[in-house]
Design a protein around this ligand. Structure first.
Ligand SMILES: [Ca+2]
Ligand SMILES: [Ca+2]
Ligand SMILES: [Ca+2]
Length: 363
């Protein structure tokens, strides 16, 4: 999103408020949360929900948030007919979105090989590009097939996930890039013990990769969305509840966005925030840093403190016998070599250090 700041700070703030993405998306003012898993607690894709117990309750999105925008029920849900809970997670540094989908249905419809199947339809716009992305909604190409390979699902993606899938791929990608449903871009596992037409409880655990650009011809030129802490992404889902094998179509379309066209227009998605680690999962103090060689001739290196916690003092050892107490120092090395650089930090909650051995090599 482009933000234009004119003269004064106040005006700039006003403009920032005015273009806040959450306001432009569907369900104005509502921001759902995406839980950050610590790197040593990444969910295991096995259809078991135990690794999601660390997700606080206020992250759970239930059927009370959904509206049937096609079948006419509005927000009058009936938990005996269908009940669902969704949790969404991410891991800082991995551009993947994790999901736990838990549902109970009075009639699980999955005997057929075609689109007639209970479906969890998921739409993701990783860079908030907004706008239409399904071929039928192309702004000027009136023949959808002409828009297929250049447009369909390219800047935002739509998954029709079969719940359950039996003798069928786990999902249909409603786009020109079916390759995104396989490893290394996605993985899924389900658990259930009912037969078609029966009621019961269903668990689906999966992750997908969001794409800013997902072309038809495969991953070589694709651009994966970069997931950044505290950033917003666009997302919605709907549950297509088929409750009769003989019926022509689904009975209800339980939609998180309350606008049906979210299936093909990313401006109708909801805002989701990639949350920081919950305080209970954070180390009270943790040292981290990065560096950039600014000038190879002068061997000038800029160091950036990226530590977390309440920190009062920094001490850098540049590995050449010199030190600094600045937070983000620059340092010019007198000669080349392989350097071990260490940052020590201290604060009210303790102290920590981070050394990097031979990451910095200068000629
Ligand atoms: Ca699991
Ligand atoms: Ca049902
Ligand atoms: Ca059903």
């Amino acid at each position: 999103m482009k933000r234009i700041c004119l003269s004064t700070g106040a005006l700039c703030l006003l403009l920032l408020l005015f273009v806040e993405p959450a306001l432009a998306l569907e369900r104005s003012g509502v921001v759902f949360k995406i839980f950050q898993f610590p790197p040593d607690r990444i969910p295991r894709i096995d259809g078991k929900a135990d690794d999601w117990e660390i997700v606080p309750k206020d992250y759970i999105i239930g059927i009370d948030q959904l509206a049937d925008t096609v079948g006419g029920r509005g927000t009058n849900y009936n938990r005996a007919d269908l009940d669902v809970q969704v949790r969404v997670g991410w891991v800082k540094g991995l551009n993947q979105l994790y999901f736990l989908y838990e549902a109970s249905d009075d009639y699980w419809d999955f005997a057929k090989t075609d689109l007639h199947n209970d479906i969890f339809e998921l739409v993701v716009d990783g860079d908030l590009s907004g706008g239409p992305f399904i071929k039928h909604m192309h702004p000027f190409l009136k023949n959808p097939e002409e828009a297929h390979t250049s447009f369909h699902g390219v800047h935002a993606q739509n998954y029709h996930i079969f719940t359950p899938s039996e003798g069928k791929d786990w999902t249909m990608v409603w786009g020109c890039q079916p390759w995104i449903k396989e490893l290394p871009f996605a993985n899924a596992a389900q658990a259930f013990n009912f037969r078609p037409g029966q009621s019961g409880r269903f668990i689906l655990e999966f992750w997908i990769t969001p794409f800013d650009y997902a072309p038809a011809d495969g991953p070589d030129q694709a651009v994966i969305s970069k997931l950044r802490e505290s950033a917003l992404i666009g997302m919605s889902w709907s549950i297509l509840d088929y409750d009769d094998e003989k019926a022509e179509r689904f009975k209800a379309f339980w939609n998180l966005s309350h606008k049906t066209t979210m299936y093909g227009n990313a401006s109708d998605l909801c805002a989701f925030r990639l949350m920081p680690l919950e305080p209970a999962l954070r180390k009270p103090i943790d040292a981290q840093w990065s560096f950039k060689v600014v000038d190879t001739v002068r061997r000038l290196v800029a160091f950036q403190d990226e530590s977390s916690g309440e920190i009062n003092s920094w001490k850098w050892d540049f590995g050449d016998g010199t030190t600094s107490t600045e937070r983000h120092p620059q340092h010019s090395y007198q000669k080349g070599g392989e350097f071990t650089v260490t940052l020590w930090i201290e604060g009210s909650t303790g102290k920590a250090r981070r050394a990097k051995v031979w990451d910095l090599v200068l000629k």
